[in-house]
Design a protein around this ligand. Structure first.
Ligand code: CTP
Ligand code: MG
Length: 533
């Protein structure tokens, strides 16, 4: 992370029982398929996008005979995978082996009769399955397995955490409960693919791809889907044409600025989704934002979506986080913990505002992990040094190159147990909190955070550190009181803010001092290195 010299205002280290860096005893996660095989970000994206194109969504009756549905669909082609989920009734996601099966299905199904409501005849990949003769009660029915699409409530999480044997394992339990599942990822890519079907009505060469927490390994169940409209690499085709004496180029409408082009594209796509998109609701065009976007809810999948136009730097930062998330299992466990803690204490909020964002929190954790000794994750500079010719990316004058094949990255020698810590950065300008965007060095990703929010953050972190310091795990377990991470996920009392201010005095232990020291940069040259990413 290109964070400047970190002036550490406060931090805490929580002891826990030893757990190796690669945690062989980890439960199998939704991501296991991806992380164990260590596919590159691009490989995963391509695979998932392809999968989504072969997928349809079917609204099912409440009394559903799974076999019958699958039998019916199998007449259109082989079904590669499927699952059911609850979303205002039961829905099924069906992945065919071949794309042609979808056309076959589309040809066979009827368009609703227009007696009451008039339909816009767009043949989408969303269907409703009805039974002409409702299943008789006698038919033996195995109950449908419904794949959960949201995480368990915090109070249930706390109960589970209390049963763990260390803070470290508490953090892995939290990760396991909150992270995206294989099914949820499929649904996210399907939402993008369904929006793409619409975008193609205007722009036949376009694709819609997810970015942000849906793909960076740090998404939790229930988070929004960030997606962008991609027009492919238009520059690449031009090089192909260089042979021979001729040069041809497309005639295109020219607009005075890229921003205006983006706004116009999003405006028509937004109208299109609003008017004709089956299941698209609450379409809001936010075209004057720094990064113009269209917000909408996609009811068939149940996602809240943010659609923007290709933002190459955001995609690079999604890939960078993906790499960090794949390198060491502790990375994601720590990020999920910090994010969950922040949410519980109202330090983050799903609405935009003056509070810190999940993205900023994640970057702070990355900085912390880079500053451990030995480091748990490499710096961006080190990843840049490993970059090959194919990894070169210069975007808008910023060098965003880094190695994409993380098999080339040496695993860390650090074997510490999980640590909970936060940093506050000594900022170069007047914003209360300054966190550098990893690629655009002049952008402060936490510019929105105001002084009261920052103070609240510090107070909550102090309180948390204090709770862990005074805690007697054995006694708490005997008393059946929440301990460790569980204790930190219970909102603190509102009327003890003055108490909280004095707590820092209590946190003077050696572990914390040494942790703070490890984050301080010794001299100008090491500062230069750290600033250099
Ligand atoms: N982004 C950025 N600079 C910001 C905010 C966002 O570059 N100031 C990019 C990041 O790549 C981020 C993505 O936009 O991952 C999506 O932003 P956001 O939805 O705010 O963050 P997520 O990482 O998706 O986290 P969350 O789960 O809270 O949505
Ligand atoms: Mg997001």
């Amino acid at each position: 992370s290109r964070l400047r010299q970190g002036k550490v205002t406060s931090s805490a280290r929580f002891k826990s029982s030893p757990q190796g860096p690669s945690s062989p005893s980890l439960p199998s996660f939704g991501y296991a398929e991806v992380s164990t095989r260590k596919k590159t970000f691009a490989e995963v994206q391509t695979e998932r996008l392809d999968q989504a194109e072969r997928t349809v969504l079917i609204k099912c009756p409440s009394k559903l005979n799974e076999k019958k549905l699958l039998q019916y669909l199998a007449s259109h082609g082989n079904i590669k995978s499927h699952f059911f989920f609850e979303n205002r009734g039961i829905s099924a996601l069906i992945e065919f082996s071949e794309k042609s099966s979808i056309a076959s299905l589309q040809d066979a199904v009827g368009i609703p009769s227009a007696s009451e409501h008039h339909v816009v005849p767009f043949k989408s990949r969303l269907f409703t399955f009805t039974l002409k003769n409702p299943v008789s009660q006698h038919v033996e029915e195995t109950p449908l397995h419904l794949s959960p699409q949201c995480h368990i409530p915090v109070k249930d999480l706390i109960e589970k955490l209390c049963l763990a044997d260390s803070i470290s394992s508490q953090m892995y339990i939290l990760l396991n409960e909150y992270q995206l599942t294989e099914e949820n990822i499929k649904l996210r890519f399907l939402a993008c693919s369904l929006v793409r079907d619409f975008a193609r009505a205007y722009f036949p060469d376009s694709t819609v791809k997810p970015f942000g927490s849906s793909v960076n390994m740090f998404g939790k169940l229930g988070s929004d889907v960030d997606m962008f409209l991609d027009f492919g690499d238009t520059g690449k085709h031009a090089t192909k044409m260089k042979k021979g004496p001729f040069e041809m180029e497309y005639q295109m409408k020219r607009l005075p600025s890229e921003r205006l082009a983006t706004q116009r594209i999003l405006s028509v796509i937004g109208d299109c989704l609003d008017n004709f998109g089956p299941g698209c609701g609450n379409v809001q065009k936010i075209l004057n934002a720094r990064c113009p976007l269209v917000k909408f809810s996609h009811k068939p999948t149940g996602f809240q979506c943010d659609l923007s136009v290709s933002n190459s730097i955001a995609i690079r930062s999604s890939e960078l986080l993906y790499i960090y998330g794949c390198l060491d299992s502790r990375v994601r466990a720590l990020v999920f913990t910090i994010r969950c803690w922040a949410r519980v204490h109202g330090l983050t909020n799903s609405a935009p505002g003056t509070w810190i964002t999940n993205f900023s929190l994640t970057m702070m954790v990355m900085f912390f992990l880079q500053r451990r000794s030995p480091p748990i994750i490499p710096t961006l500079d080190q990843l840049k040094d490993l970059a090959g010719e194919k990894d070169k990316h210069i975007i808008g004058g910023y060098d965003c190159s880094f190695v994409s094949d993380f098999r080339k990255i040496k695993p860390t020698k650090n074997t510490e147990t999980l640590v909970i810590c936060y940093l506050l950065i000594n900022k170069p300008e007047s914003s209360p909190l300054y966190i550098w965007n990893p690629f655009e060095q002049d952008l402060n990703i936490s510019k929105n955070v105001n002084q009261p929010q920052l103070e609240k953050f510090i107070a909550m972190a102090r309180e948390s550190a204090w709770i862990l310091q005074k805690e007697d795990k054995t006694q708490q377990m005997i008393n059946k009181e929440p301990w460790g991470l569980a204790a930190l996920l219970i909102p603190f009392g509102r009327n003890n803010s003055s108490k909280m201010k004095n707590r820092m005095k209590g946190i003077g232990s050696e572990t914390i001092r040494s942790l703070l020291d490890s984050l301080k940069l010794n001299n100008a040259s090491s500062q230069q290195k750290a600033v250099g990413k």
